[in-house]
Design a protein. Structure first.
Lengths: 709, 337
C-alpha cells in the first residue's frame, strides 16, 4: 500500500538512509516499513514520522508504522499529518530524539542475559514489549521506574516511559531520571536533595522579587503534576497567558514555576513583570510624584552635636590640621568617604593630590543630605566637614565657620571648589565665599544641578529632558517642575554673584551646560578627569566556542539602566545560550542567569572594577543610562579592561569616550529590540586584547594650573 | 466679548472639574468658567460647598436653576451620565443669552495651552466641532475599530465644542437643547448616544459650522493611534506638529486609564500628561468627603434603577407621576395609583 502512497518519496527517503547507513537498500518501502520509521526517518518531506506519532498517540502506542496506519485508516479518519519542516519548527529549540538513541545495546543486553539481541532495534522491540514492564532501563541515563515515579499520569496511562519521553515528555520539559539518583533513599521526597535544591533556588528567586513566602510550604514530591499551592503572589492565568509554551503542554502553571520557571526568571504575576521590565519607562513615569519645596530646617537638627564654627577653627588650630600655604575648601553633597560615586571618587583623589603637594583640603557637606537646597536662613545653615581626610566631629553653621576661618587663616591662599550644590544653602555659600576671599573659585560640572534639582536632567526622573525652558509645558508638568523655578533662582544668584571658573570633565558636559535653556554664563573649560593608559599588558583572546560575557557594573539603579539590563537578560531567550551575564557590584540582586561578582575597593594597582572585569573575562559592559553622562568612571574602567561598551546615542560621555577608543557598540534608543546575534558578533570583533588602567590626570589641581598659567 | 467656558458634572466629578478649572485659569484667564452642577447644592460649610466657593469657578448653576421647579420630573428620566449631558443644551442656551461665545469642555479634560486656534475658529463659524479622528487608517489596521466606534457614538466628540452667539449658533443651541429634553439617552441601537450623536446632523442643519482640524485639540485615547506626542526643542508638547492645547482624560479613574496605558506603548510621552493629571485629581480629591448623586435615590433612600427611569421616560408626559422621587416603584404600567 505504501508503494502508491503520495507520501513516499523514494529519492527523499533514500537520501536519508544513505546518510545514516552509508548504503541504500533496493526496497526502500520495505526498509521504511520495517526499520526506517523506528529510526524516525521520514518518507516524504510532507510527512513527518515522529510528527504523525506525536499527533496520534494511539498510533505510537499501537507500535505500528505511521505511514502504514495513515494509508489504511488515518486518511479516512482525517488524522493530522505534520510536515517535516513544521515538526522541526515546532520544537525549534530542541532536537528530535528518537527512541533508538536512548537505547544503549550493551547496557540493555546486560540486563537480559537470557536473550541475545542482534541489534539495537531488536533490543528496542524487547524493551517496548516487555522490558519496561519489568523495570529494565534502556540506557545508563534513563531510569524506567524513575520516570514512571515522577510522572504519575504516564504510569496511569500504561505507556512505556521511553516512548512518552521521546514524543511528549522531552518537549514538555519533563526530565529523564538518572537511575543512580533514583536508587538513592528518599528520592524526590520532600526531604531529598532534589527537593532541597529546588527550595533553595526558589527561595533565592522569591527573595529577589521581595516576595515573602516560605518555600517549605510547597510539598514537593515525585508526581510533578500533583502539587498545586494557592498563593496570592502567583497568578496562574497571567502565567499561562504570557508563557504559551507552558500553556500548550498543559502543565499546571504553579508546578512549572516551581520546578522550572523560576530558574528561567519567569514572572509569577503581572505587577512584578511590570516592575522588572520597565523597558519603555512608562510605568516609572506614571509612578513619579511631584516634589515639593523642602521645608525649613529650623528646629530640625539631628545627628552629631551642634557646635560653633569658631570651635571648629580652634580644633583645627590645636590639632594642626591646616598646613601649607594653600587651603582648598570644597563643597560636596555628601561625605566622600561614606558614599560611593563619581563625585566622591574625585573628592577622595583630590584630597590626596593636594596633600602630596603640601596643601590642605577641607571637604564641606550639608549636615542633612538632600537633593533639595536647604531652606534654612543663611546664618543657620549647618554643615559637617572632613579635613585632610579626617572627619571633624559635630555640626556647625557654615557662615560662622567661614568668618572664623577668614580671621585665623588670612595668610593662607584659599581655593573654593564647588563639586555639588545639592543640599546646600546657596545663600550661605555666597556669604561664605565672600568672607573667604578665594584666589580662585572653581565650579565643576559633574552633574547638571546648576540647571535643576534633578541633577540628571530627566523628566519625571526617567527620560532625558535636556534642560528645557522652565516655563515650557514639559517642565511645568514634570515631577520636578514645581521646585525647579526656586532652585534655579537660588543657584543662579550664587553663580552670578561669584566669579566662578567653570570646568567640565568632558566636551559633552561642557556643551550641555551652555546648550540648554538655562545656560551657564560661560562655557566651562574641559578638563577630563583622566584617561586610559595601556601599558602593553594583554588579556587572553576570546576562544572560538566561548560564550560572550556581558556585565552590568555598579549600583543596580533604574537611573543607571539596571531595569533595562534585566530586560536585556530576560529577553535573550534561546540566544542566551551564546552569552554569560554578570553583575559587578556591591549587593547581589539574585537575577536568574546573572552571575554576581562583588566589588570591593583595593588600595593600589588597577581599579577594582578593571581587575574584576579582567578576572572574569568580561567582553562587554552594558551602559543603558538615559541621559548625558558627564564622565562615567565605569566606562573608562571597562575600556581599560578591553571591554566593549554597549550603549545608546543618548548616554553622553559614555558613547563619546567609547567611540574615541573604538569600543562602542551603539544600540537603538528602543532597548526592546536587540539583535542578539549581531551584538554577539560585534562584541567579538571589537573587544580589545590590550589592556591598561584608568589614571587620574585632570582634577582641580589641573584646573588651577590651567587657570593660573 | 468674554469667552464662556462651561462644564457639566455631579459632585462626584468635582475633583476632575477642579483640575479643568485650574487649567482654564492658567491658559484662558480671561474666560468666564461656569460649572453646571447636576446635583442639589451641597450643604453650607461642607467640603464640596467650600470647593464651589473657592474661586476656581466663576459661576455655579444647578439643574434646578436651569430647569426650574420641574427639575425633579426632568431629572428622574435620566441616569447621571444622561442628565449631565442633557443639561448641556439648556446651559448653552442660557450662556448664549449673555451675547458671548460659549465653549463646552468635558470635566475630564484639561487645557495645556492657550485657546487661540479655537477662538479663531469660533470667530468665523457658528458651531465649531472637534472630530474623534482626523485621518482614516489603512483597511487592515486594527484602529478601524476606532472608526467603527466613532460611527456608533458620534463623529464629533461633544467633550469639546464651541458655539458663537450668532443667529445660527442660537438656532443650533435651541434645536440641540430640545432634542436633549427627552432623547439624550444611550441607545446605540436606535442611533442615539446621549448628546453626542445629535452632533452628526450639524453639517446638514447648520452650514456655518467648522471642523477644527487641529491635532492638539481634543487629543485622547481614541485618536492616540494617529496622533503622536513629541517635545520640541524648547520643551513644549507637540501633537503631530500642532501645539498641545487640550487632552481628554476620558474615564481616567477606570477603564479609560487602562486603555490609555496600553496605547502609551507606542506613544510613551503621553505618560507625562497622565501622570500629572492623576496626581492633580488626587490632589483635588483629598479634602472632599464622600458624596452621592442627589437625583439618584428615592426620598426613602432606596436607589432608583435604570429600568425605572426608562419606564418613566416611556410614559407620555401627562401620564407620568407628579412626584417620581416619592418612592413609587415603576415596574408595572400602573405602579402609581
Amino acid at each position: 500500500m505504501l508503494r502508491n502512497s503520495e507520501f513516499f518519496d523514494a529519492k527523499y527517503y533514500g537520501d536519508q538512509v544513505r546518510s545514516s547507513e552509508g548504503k541504500v537498500p533496493k526496497d526502500l518501502v520495505s526498509h521504511y516499513e520495517s526499520v526506517g520509521w523506528r529510526f524516525g526517518l521520514d518518507p516524504h518531506q510532507l510527512f513527518s514520522t515522529n510528527g504523525y506519532l506525536a499527533e496520534n498517540p494511539d498510533v505510537w502506542k499501537a507500535g505500528v508504522c505511521p505511514l502504514d496506519h495513515y494509508e489504511k485508516w488515518g486518511r479516512a479518519e482525517q488524522r493530522t499529518v505534520v510536515t517535516v519542516a513544521e515538526y522541526d519548527r515546532r520544537h525549534h529549540s530542541k532536537q528530535i530524539i528518537r527512541r533508538v538513541e536512548l537505547l544503549d545495546l550493551t547496557h540493555y543486553q546486560a540486563q537480559v542475559p537470557s536473550e541475545r539481541f542482534s541489534d539495537v532495534l531488536r533490543a528496542l522491540d524487547h524493551y517496548l514489549e516487555t522490558g519496561w514492564r519489568i523495570g529494565l532501563d534502556p540506557h545508563p541515563t534513563f531510569s524506567t521506574a524513575g520516570y514512571l515515579h515522577d510522572n504519575g499520569d504516564v504510569a496511569d496511562d500504561g505507556i512505556d516511559p521511553l516512548t512518552h519521553f521521546v514524543h511528549h515528555g522531552y518537549f514538555e520539559g519533563r526530565l529523564r531520571v538518572d537511575p543512580v539518583a533514583f536508587a538513592q533513599p528518599g528520592y524526590r521526597t520532600p526531604d531529598s536533595p532534589w527537593a532541597a535544591e529546588i527550595r533553595e533556588s526558589l527561595s533565592a528567586y522569591l527573595r529577589h522579587l521581595a516576595i515573602d513566602f516560605d518555600a517549605d510550604d510547597v510539598d514537593l514530591h515525585g508526581d510533578v503534576f500533583a502539587f498545586e499551592v494557592q498563593v496570592d503572589w502567583f497568578d496562574s492565568d497571567f502565567y499561562l497567558d504570557l508563557y504559551d509554551d507552558v500553556a500548550k503542554v498543559g502543565i499546571p502553571a504553579f508546578t512549572h514555576f516551581v520546578l522550572t520557571g523560576h530558574r528561567e526568571g519567569r514572572f509569577p504575576n503581572p505587577a512584578i513583570r511590570a516592575e522588572l521590565t520597565l523597558r519603555d519607562d512608562t510605568e516609572r513615569v506614571l509612578l513619579a510624584r511631584t516634589l515639593s519645596v523642602r521645608p525649613s530646617d529650623e528646629g530640625g537638627h539631628d545627628g552629631p552635636g551642634l557646635r560653633s564654627g569658631s570651635s571648629v577653627i580652634t580644633e583645627i588650630i590645636d590639632r594642626g590640621l591646616i598646613e601649607g600655604d594653600r587651603v582648598v575648601i570644597a563643597f560636596a553633597h555628601d561625605d566622600y568617604v561614606e558614599h560611593v560615586g563619581g563625585i566622591q571618587i574625585v573628592s577622595a583623589r583630590e584630597e590626596v593630590m593636594f596633600r602630596e603637594v603640601g596643601d590642605s583640603y577641607v571637604s564641606i557637606f550639608p549636615h542633612r543630605e538632600s537633593l533639595a537646597l536647604s531652606a534654612s536662613p543663611p546664618d543657620e545653615f549647618l554643615v559637617r566637614c572632613r579635613i585632610g581626610g579626617e572627619l571633624i566631629d559635630g555640626t556647625f553653621p557654615l557662615v560662622e565657620f567661614a568668618q572664623a576661618f577668614s580671621g585665623w587663616f588670612a595668610e593662607q591662599s584659599v581655593v573654593v571648589v564647588m563639586h555639588s550644590i545639592l543640599g546646600h544653602s546657596p545663600e550661605a555659600i555666597e556669604v561664605s565665599v565672600e568672607l573667604l576671599r578665594p584666589s580662585v573659585a572653581c565650579w565643576w560640572v559633574h552633574d547638571y544641578s546648576a540647571h535643576c534639582q534633578n541633577y540628571r536632567l530627566t523628566r519625571n526622573g526617567v527620560n532625558w529632558c535636556g534642560d528645557p525652558a522652565p516655563d515650557s509645558q514639559s517642565c511645568q508638568l514634570c515631577s520636578f517642575g514645581h521646585v525647579r523655578g526656586q532652585h534655579l533662582d537660588r543657584v543662579r544668584s550664587l553663580i552670578d554673584d561669584v566669579d566662578w571658573v567653570f570646568a567640565a570633565p568632558s566636551e559633552v558636559a561642557a556643551e550641555q551646560s551652555v546648550g540648554g535653556h538655562t545656560p551657564l554664563p560661560r562655557r566651562p573649560l574641559v578638563i577630563p578627569h583622566g584617561s586610559i593608559w595601556r601599558d602593553g599588558a594583554a588579556r587572553d583572546a576570546h576562544c572560538e566556542n566561548e560564550k560572550v560575557r556581558i556585565a552590568f557594573v555598579g549600583h543596580p539603579a533604574a537611573i543607571k539602566g539596571w531595569n533595562r539590563f534585566v530586560a536585556f537578560v530576560s529577553d535573550a531567550g534561546a540566544e542566551a545560550a551564546n552569552f554569560e551575564f554578570f553583575h559587578l557590584g556591591i549587593g547581589e540582586q539574585f537575577i536568574p542567569g546573572v552571575t554576581f561578582v562583588e566589588l570591593r575597593p583595593e588600595p593600589r594597582g588597577r581599579s577594582v572594577a578593571t581587575k574584576k572585569l579582567l578576572d572574569h573575562g568580561i567582553d562587554a559592559v552594558v551602559n543603558f543610562v538615559d541621559g548625558k553622562e558627564t564622565f562615567n568612571f565605569v566606562t573608562f574602567e571597562a575600556m581599560a579592561a578591553g571591554c566593549c561598551i554597549v550603549t545608546s546615542s543618548r548616554s553622553g560621555n559614555v558613547i563619546a569616550a567609547a567611540t574615541d577608543e573604538n569600543l562602542v557598540i551603539e544600540v537603538g534608543d528602543d532597548f526592546s529590540k536587540f539583535d542578539y546575534s549581531s551584538l554577539h558578533n560585534e562584541i567579538l570583533r571589537k573587544r580589545r586584547n590590550d589592556v591598561g588602567e584608568f589614571r587620574f590626570t585632570g582634577l582641580t589641581p589641573a584646573l588651577i594650573a590651567e587657570v593660573t598659567k | 466679548m468674554t469667552l464662556e467656558i462651561f462644564t457639566s458634572v455631579n459632585l462626584a466629578y468635582l475633583p476632575q472639574a477642579s483640575v479643568l478649572a485650574e487649567s482654564v485659569r492658567k491658559y484662558a484667564p480671561e474666560a468666564r468658567f461656569t460649572l453646571v452642577l447636576v446635583n442639589a447644592l451641597p450643604e453650607r460649610e461642607s467640603s464640596h460647598a467650600r470647593r464651589l466657593e473657592s474661586g476656581l469657578f466663576d459661576d455655579v448653576v444647578t439643574a434646578e436653576g436651569l430647569i426650574g421647579s420641574d427639575h425633579e420630573s426632568w431629572m428622574f428620566g435620566y441616569d447621571v451620565v444622561e442628565a449631565c449631558t442633557a443639561l448641556k443644551g439648556r446651559a448653552l442656551v442660557k450662556l448664549l443669552e449673555r451675547g458671548n461665545p460659549a465653549l463646552y469642555l468635558d470635566p475630564d479634560t484639561a487645557l495645556f495651552g492657550p485657546l487661540v486656534d479655537v477662538t479663531k475658529a469660533m470667530s468665523s463659524s457658528s458651531v465649531v466641532l472637534t472630530p474623534h479622528q482626523l485621518d482614516p487608517v489603512a483597511a487592515d489596521s486594527p484602529a478601524v475599530d476606532e472608526e467603527i466606534c466613532t460611527l456608533a457614538h458620534g463623529i464629533y466628540n461633544f467633550g469639546m465644542f464651541g458655539v458663537s452667539p450668532t443667529d445660527e449658533g442660537r438656532r443650533f443651541a435651541t434645536w440641540w437643547a430640545s432634542r436633549l429634553e427627552e432623547l439624550c439617552v444611550d441607545d446605540i441601537g436606535r442611533g442615539l448616544f446621549v448628546d453626542q450623536r445629535w452632533g452628526d446632523l450639524v453639517p446638514s442643519f447648520f452650514p456655518n459650522f467648522s471642523i477644527l482640524r487641529h491635532a492638539g485639540v481634543n487629543f485622547a485615547s481614541w485618536n492616540m493611534h494617529q496622533r503622536f506626542l513629541t517635545i520640541d526643542e524648547r520643551g513644549d508638547y507637540l501633537v503631530n506638529g500642532d501645539p498641545l492645547v487640550m487632552f481628554h482624560f476620558t474615564k481616567a479613574l477606570g477603564i479609560g486609564f487602562e486603555i490609555a496605558k496600553m496605547k502609551m506603548a507606542d506613544n510613551p510621552i503621553v505618560a507625562d500628561l497622565w501622570r500629572w493629571y492623576l496626581e492633580r485629581v488626587d490632589f483635588f480629591s483629598m479634602d472632599l468627603g464622600p458624596t452621592r448623586w442627589s437625583y439618584g435615590f428615592y426620598r426613602n433612600g432606596s436607589e432608583i434603577l435604570k429600568v425605572e427611569r426608562e419606564n418613566y421616560r416611556s410614559l407620555p408626559q401627562n401620564n407620568r407621576p407628579r412626584d417620581p422621587f416619592s418612592g413609587m416603584r415603576l415596574f408595572s404600567d400602573r405602579a402609581w395609583e
